[in-house]
Design a protein around this ligand. Structure first.
Ligand SMILES: [Zn+2]
Ligand SMILES: [Zn+2]
Length: 244
């Protein structure tokens, strides 16, 4: 499995960070998780043909996780692929149908199948075994585990359930939106995140979903997490890639 982090910025992204998107590949299987602003550009930079992205998995319905989705659907249509399968939490189908209603030229050419996922269950999606966990965030938001090897936290306050969910995985990509002292509800900061993940025992933890307040405080953030979590701890960069 190959994991590429396309975008590593939050709703207010710092320079050189697109909003959230992750590309997961395994042989010919390919899955896009989230599609925030800038992800279309990063997909191009990663050399990924839009026509190959038949499956998109959404964590939740905040704009920084899906604002490039309609543009992706149109780009796929222009590449000759009119059908896309979308997966996400409850409400995903109504949201996407309502969005498409606003753009009749797109609606006429794009077809969707939407599957809404329930937390606590597992699903077969695009060749991956996907498990979902409800996070602590504004909307119904799902973290995902793929093939028992990779976990993406989505947006969330630190939660010990995430440590159990990710335990033993090779790679955990977790949001850490702000440095210590900038406490924003429903998001993570390094010391509290490290405490919550103390027992997670992942080989590598990558911090993402960064806001401008993290600039210049990267080393301090890493130190706070490394003091509490075993395994390698890194800060994400756009187009960072890991082979599992
Ligand atoms: Zn977000
Ligand atoms: Zn969010």
């Amino acid at each position: 499995m190959k994991v590429t982090i396309l975008g590593t910025g939050g709703a207010l992204p710092p320079p050189r960070r697109a909003q959230t998107g992750l590309l997961i590949e395994k042989a010919d299987d390919l899955l896009l998780i989230d599609c925030g602003s800038g992800v279309l550009l990063r997909l191009q930079e990663a050399g990924v043909d839009f026509a190959r992205i038949d499956d998109v998995l959404l964590t939740h319905h905040h704009l920084d996780h899906l604002s490039d989705l309609l543009p992706l659907l149109v780009a796929r249509w222009l590449r000759g692929k009119t059908h896309t399968r979308i997966y996400g939490p409850e409400g995903t189908e109504a949201l996407l149908r309502a969005q498409l209603e606003l753009f009749p030229y797109a609606r006429e050419h794009v077809s969707l199948s939407v599957e809404e996922l329930a937390p606590g269950k597992s699903f077969e999606i695009a060749g991956f075994r996907v498990e979902a966990l409800l996070t602590r965030h504004h909307h119904p938001t799902l973290a995902y585990k793929l093939d028992r090897a990779f976990v993406f936290s989505a947006d969330t306050a630190p939660m010990e359930e995430m440590a159990a969910f990710a335990r033993g995985c090779e790679l955990l990509v977790h949001e850490c939106s702000f440095p210590d002292g900038v406490e924003v509800p429903n998001h993570s900061t390094p010391s509290a995140l490290g405490e919550a993940l103390k027992t997670c025992d992942v080989q590598r933890l990558v911090l993402t979903h960064l806001y401008p307040q993290t600039q210049g405080r990267e080393e301090e953030m890493l130190r706070a997490v490394r003091e509490r979590v075993s395994g390698e701890v890194l800060l994400a960069q756009d187009l960072g890639m890991w082979e599992l």
